[in-house]
Every structure is written in structure tokens, then in C-alpha cells.
Design a binder for this molecule. Structure first.
Ligand code: FES
Ligand SMILES: [Fe+2]
Length: 418
């Protein structure tokens, strides 16, 4: 059943005071790469959930996140001086430390300055660096336990994390990450050609091609959902691709069983722009160039926006009809990631879900929307809708083939995670 217009609004509006904005702010969010911030260097603008912030790194290496507008009279703190562990507004010299506290207001008489500083209302945000990314908590009250996913704990050479800025609503990103049935179509062009794709990834795609009408099964978990796409292989065995969806926006996508593994996070910048965080990681060894190339071949050489060269709608994002004639399915020949970004972009900035006509292969999309809408109904009860503080490091998507007459796919999931 298509969504009602008001449900689409609920799912896609994330500004301050909106139900979804309030819900998402209860979770840790990747905000900016650590490498983008220099000690005592220029503050960097960060836009999240329709709000403007600046991030900066102090003299001692700590990172702070402040509202972009100075609490005094609204001057942009992106213009501020970064000096001695704080940002000093260039208008009247108010200075804020990395915790967001006002520590100096030099225009105020010295005798009452300290008291004055303490009386000024400021927004303070919890910040944490992990996996070479600055994460923030924008919600009310104390931050929940930090999500120590495996990729947040590995050495640098075992993780590749990049951000793409894309012109569509965050929910379109989430729905692409959880949609298993598109893989054998949209990404088919990367099968069997000599393109820059890792061999084990191609093997996985080849198995998906053997059955393009997978059966979907799901498992509710306290943190979200496990989804299995089950395909019958030519040799009679079952090939299961098992996604882990850690609500509200962290998705683990099955790749080669021996690694590397993939995770995606779709974060609202505003309601028509999102940050797609793409994470590739190997639990035990450095990532190969080949693995990185498979995901990022031909993308912009900018780790803060690898989608900068995605192309434009008026040119159909550079779709190559000649390549299609020669066997490439989508004609979007840059890489797998751009195939996803282009189809999502082509739906429009905030797709109208009241017009959709869904089929049985969309069961996971329907389920996740329902999880969100139900969680929104419970907002304000004081309880986080999905569990936090479990063993994040054991979350791990799987792709396995097995004798389906003897085993169930659930035998391969991480029961010990919660
Ligand atoms: S506006 Fe920032 S100190 Fe006055
Ligand atoms: Fe995809």
C-alpha cells in the first residue's frame, strides 16, 4: 500500500521540532571526517538535519561542535578565530571552548564577566572521534552509549570511509541500502566484464544473477532488523544475503564472506540533501587497492564528497547508451555506488511515496517504513525506540550459501549481539 501524504512528511522531514528530527537526534551521527579539522585551524561548516554548525579542533587536539550562529548576535562562527582551545567570534570577541561553554566575553566589565558568561545560554553537543570520523549527538539529555561498530575500532589501513553529498532526502538513501532486490538488476553491468571490480564481489553478483526473484525473510532485533534475501542456486543450494539494519540509519551490506565488509549511513543534511557515508573495512588485514577501487572507482578525489562528479540530471548523469548496447545494463559505468546515487537522484529530491505501486519484493521497504512510523508514535515516552549499548562490534552482514534443506539462514546471524 502506498504511503499517505502525511506519512511521507513524517518520514522525510528532519528539521528542529519535527517528529523524525527528534527521533534521529537520539542517536550518534557521523558529522565530518577527523582529517578535515586541523589543530587551531579554520573551523569547518557542518550542516545536519537542516541546522548549521561549525566544527573545530582546539590546541589540545579536542574537537568541538557549535551552532554556526554566535549566541550573542548571530555572526557566523565559521569566521571565528581558533585560538587557545576555543573559537573567538570576530565581532565582539566572545570565546567558546570545545565543550561549547562561553569562556570569555571581553566587552563585559571584568568584575562581572565570569558571572555573565555562566548566564548565557549555549547549545552544547557531545562529540566523539572514532574511526577517523567526528561523531556528534544532537539530542536532548545525556548521549546514549557510543556505537562502537567494528569499523570504528580498526587501524587506519583496514578501513576506508568516505562521504558523498547527494541531492536527495535521507530516506531515499536508507531505502536504497536496505533494498536487496535491485542488486541483480541495477548493478548487473558490472558482471562478467573486465571492469575494475573485485573478483569476489563479482562472484557474489554472479550468484545473485542465478535467481532474480529472491525470497525475503526478516528477523526483528532489539536494535532494528535482519533481512535475508534467499536465492536458489543452480546446484540446489541456497544463497543468503543477510543485511543487518541498525536503526535508525546504519546499514550493513553483505559482501564477500571473507571480507571486506561494507556499511552505509544515510544522514540528513537538509530534507533535500544527504550525506551518504560509505564504509569499507576488513576485520583482519589492510584493505586491498582492488577492494577500494570496486567501490570508489572514478569518484571525485574528495573524501568529504566523493559524489562531487556524479553528473547532472539534464545530462542523465552521463549515462552511456553505447555501453548499454555493448552489454552494460544501466549505462552508468563509473561504479556501483554511482549507480545507486543516480537512481535515487532521478526520483527527485524528496520522492512522493503516495504514488508508488509496491510489489512483494518491496517487503523490506514496507517493513522499515512501518518500524519508523511506529517509533514516531511512541515519541515522547522517554524511551529510545531501538536498543543502544549492545555489542556493536559483532554486527556483521553475511553472504552464505548452504544446503537449505538442512539449515535455516538464521543459523548464520549473530545471536550474541544483544
Ligand atoms: S556576535 Fe559574536 S561576539 Fe557579538
Ligand atoms: Fe545498490
Amino acid at each position: 500500500m502506498p504511503l499517505k501524504a502525511e506519512e511521507n512528511e513524517l518520514l522525510t522531514r528532519t528539521g528542529p521540532g519535527t517528529p523524525m528530527g527528534t527521533l534521529l537526534r537520539q542517536y550518534w551521527i557521523p558529522a565530518i571526517r577527523s582529517g578535515a579539522l586541523e589543530r587551531d585551524g579554520a573551523p569547518v561548516r557542518v550542516r545536519l538535519f537542516n541546522e548549521d554548525f561549525v566544527a573545530f579542533r582546539g590546541t589540545d587536539g579536542r574537537v568541538g561542535l557549535l551552532d554556526e550562529a554566535c549566541p550573542h548576535r548571530g555572526v557566523s562562527m565559521a569566521l571565528a578565530r581558533n585560538e587557545e582551545n576555543g573559537l573567538r567570534c570576530i565581532f565582539h570577541g566572545w570565546k567558546f571552548d570545545t565543550a561549547g561553554r562561553l569562556v570569555d566575553a571581553p566587552c563585559e566589565p571584568e568584575a562581572r564577566r565570569e558571572r555573565f558568561c555562566a548566564s548565557v545560554r549555549v547549545s552544547q553537543y557531545a562529540v566523539r572521534e572514532a574511526g577517523r570520523v567526528v561523531w556528534v549527538y544532537l539530542g536532548q539529555g545525556e548521549a546514549p552509549p557510543f556505537p562502537d561498530f567494528l569499523f570504528n575500532t580498526l587501524p587506519a589501513e583496514q578501513v576506508c570511509i568516505r562521504r558523498g553529498v547527494v541531492p536527495y532526502n535521507w530516506m531515499q538513501g536508507v531505502e536504497a541500502h536496505i533494498d536487496s532486490s535491485h542488486v541483480a538488476f541495477l548493478h548487473r553491468g558490472f558482471l562478467g566484464e573486465e571492469g575494475p571490480i573485485e573478483t569476489s564481489t563479482r562472484d557474489n553478483l554472479a550468484m545473485m544473477m542465478q535467481d532474480t526473484t529472491p525470497k525475503f525473510e526478516m528477523n526483528d532485533t532489539p536494535y532494528g532488523l535482519q533481512e535475508a534475501a534467499l536465492r536458489g542456486l543452480d546446484d540446489g543450494s541456497v544463497y543468503a544475503r543477510i543485511r543487518e539494519i541498525v536503526m535508525p540509519f546504519y546499514t550493513f551490506i553483505p559482501g564477500p564472506e571473507e571480507g571486506p565488509f561494507s556499511a552505509r549511513i544515510s544522514v540528513p543534511i537538509d530534507d533535500e540533501t544527504s550525506a551518504e557515508w560509505y564504509i569499507l573495512y576488513h576485520p583482519t588485514r589492510p584493505l586491498s587497492e582492488e577492494a577500494i577501487t570496486t567501490l570508489f572507482h572514478g569518484t571525485a578525489d574528495d573524501p568529504d564528497n566523493f559524489a562531487a562528479n556524479l553528473g547532472q540530471p539534464e545530462h542523465l548523469w552521463g549515462q552511456d547508451r553505447a555501453a548499454m548496447k555493448n552489454g552494460h545494463f544501466s549505462g552508468l559505468t563509473t561504479n556501483l555506488s554511482f549507480e545507486d546515487f543516480v537512481v535515487q537522484s532521478s526520483m527527485g529530491k524528496r520522492v512522493d511515496r503516495t504514488k508508488e505501486q509496491l510489489g512483494s519484493a518491496d517487503i523490506i521497504i514496507v517493513k522499515v517504513r512501518r518500524l519508523f512510523l511506529e517509533a514516531l508514535k511512541r515519541l515522547g515516552t522517554g524511551e529510545a525506540p531501538w536498543r543502544t549499548g549492545f555489542d556493536y562490534a559483532s554486527i556483521h552482514a553475511r553472504s552464505v550459501s548452504f544446503d537449505g534443506s538442512e539449515v535455516d539462514w538464521r543459523a548464520f546471524t549473530m545471536k550474541e549481539t544483544v
